[in-house]
Design a protein around this ligand. Structure first.
Ligand SMILES: Cc1cc2nc3c(=O)[nH]c(=O)nc-3n(C[C@H](O)[C@H](O)[C@H](O)COP(=O)(O)O)c2cc1C
Length: 194
């Protein structure tokens, strides 16, 4: 039963994907659009669903960060092949409150924290050594203190406006159920042809 709330239904499917030991359950493709209307897609990790929004973390100055700053329309895509399931989410993105980013950053291993300081994500670098040098530099700089969150790193949350659940079935007669958020904030549910 799909029910009437797509966030609840997502939680149900996510739990079932975890129970089925699906590979990289929380890996999702994030698609953004640049200033020339060119789409760009890459994988990021879902770190939670908070207040009905989908949260992930990245570098605010990365290509995706700049694209989302200029155009908040994004798409998220999950594929759980073990269950023949796909979930498509479209909506608008905004930065999470800095306190949320601080809390998540603090929970990460020191190596990941130093990585966030060391990598000018998406920028062209002359060689690999630059990264290792940066890593050592920040390791020394923060050797006697808690590693703080860099301002250029933090969370985003996606507020969905459209969510589609796809279940593979035999003879390509798959199930597709889409939820559309109406102007009055109510989810409308429809069945789509596969
Ligand atoms: C399994 C997997 C998980 C990833 N998770 C993240 C993530 O949570 N955040 C992130 O910034 N990049 C993550 N990446 C790297 C991104 O796919 C991408 O290379 C990077 O964010 C730079 O993207 P951009 O240049 O389009 O901004 C992940 C890659 C893989 C393959």
């Amino acid at each position: 039963m799909v029910g009437d709330d797509p966030i609840d239904f997502f939680a149900k499917w996510f739990g079932e994907a975890q129970a089925a030991d699906a590979d990289e359950v929380n890996a999702m493709t994030l698609a953004t659009v640049d200033g020339n209307n060119h789409p760009h897609a890459r994988i990021v990790l879902l770190k939670g669903v908070d207040n009905q929004e989908f949260v992930f973390y990245t570098n605010y100055l990365s290509d995706k960060g700049q694209e989302m700053a200029a155009n908040p329309n994004v798409s998220l895509l999950f594929f759980w092949k073990e269950l023949e399931r796909q979930v498509r989410i479209e909506g608008t993105v905004s930065k999470t409150a800095s306190q949320i980013s601080d809390e998540y950053f603090a929970s990460r291993p020191d190596g990941s924290k130093l990585g966030a300081w060391s990598s000018p994500q998406s920028r062209i670098i002359p060689n690999r050594n630059i990264l290792d040098e940066n890593y050592l530099k920040y390791e020394n700089r923060f050797s006697d203190q808690q590693i703080p969150r860099p301002e250029h790193w933090g969370g985003y949350s996606v507020k969905p406006q459209r969510m589609e659940f796809w279940q593979g079935r035999s003879n390509r007669m798959h199930d597709r159920v889409v939820f559309l958020l109406s102007d009055s904030g109510v989810w409308e549910k429809h069945r789509l042809a596969p």
